[in-house]
Design a binder for this molecule. Sequence first.
Ligand SMILES: NC(=O)c1ccc[n+]([C@@H]2O[C@H](COP(=O)([O-])OP(=O)(O)OC[C@H]3O[C@@H](n4cnc5c(N)ncnc54)[C@H](OP(=O)(O)O)[C@@H]3O)[C@@H](O)[C@H]2O)c1
Length: 193
Amino acid sequence: MKIILLGATGLVGRAVAAALEPRHEVVPVSRSSPIGADLEDPASLDALFDTGADAVVCCAANVPLRPLGGLTDAQVLDDLRAKLLGQVALARRAAGRLPAAGSITLTGGTFTEPIPGSALGALVNDGLAGFVRSAAADLPHGPRINLVSPGWISETLEAMGEDGSRGTPVAVVADVYRSLVEGDVHGATVVPR
Ligand SMILES: NC(=O)c1ccc[n+]([C@@H]2O[C@H](COP(=O)([O-])OP(=O)(O)OC[C@H]3O[C@@H](n4cnc5c(N)ncnc54)[C@H](OP(=O)(O)O)[C@@H]3O)[C@@H](O)[C@H]2O)c1
């Protein structure tokens, strides 16, 4: 398969590329890659599909942890723009331009318990899970659409000086993306463990 991979330069994206590359052609994309696209600029996503592809995987963009109290309405919208609205914009385009046998795999996240500053992140993650579940009903004949929703990743915890064993190794997370791309699941949210 030819697979467009958004977020290819990030921690998760690099591991997903390593998991997919032995069996597939991976097209790496990020804002800074030679093939560039910005989830905050939906029009920049159109050209990604011009040369044909079988699948798209998105593990790009983050929602920062920050308390709601200090945010303006404009800042709230900004925080929703890339990961939530950008992935919806990507999925909408992919649904129209990938073959029926193809797939769309997006990224959410899992907070095992509410932590300060996580309200917008939780909104985005839970919103994406609902979006994927219902979008699958709009795509009964494909392409398939799924969400990977990791908790903390070990390598990220270690980079923060914390105990990586509390998280999931990025290679385990990446293998979930590979299994969703190669499998037949449709409309699922998968939490890597
Ligand atoms: N790391 C964790 O512990 C963890 C846990 C749960 C969920 N997640 C989720 O997993 C995803 C990837 O996380 P990560 O840790 O791999 O992040 P990361 O290392 O910061 O990588 C982010 C990637 O996304 C690209 N990107 C950022 N903003 C973009 C935009 N507006 N348009 C297009 N590309 C953009 C970046 O490249 P450019 O800057 O070149 O564009 C980079 O390739 C995120 O959605 C994150 O919320 C991560």
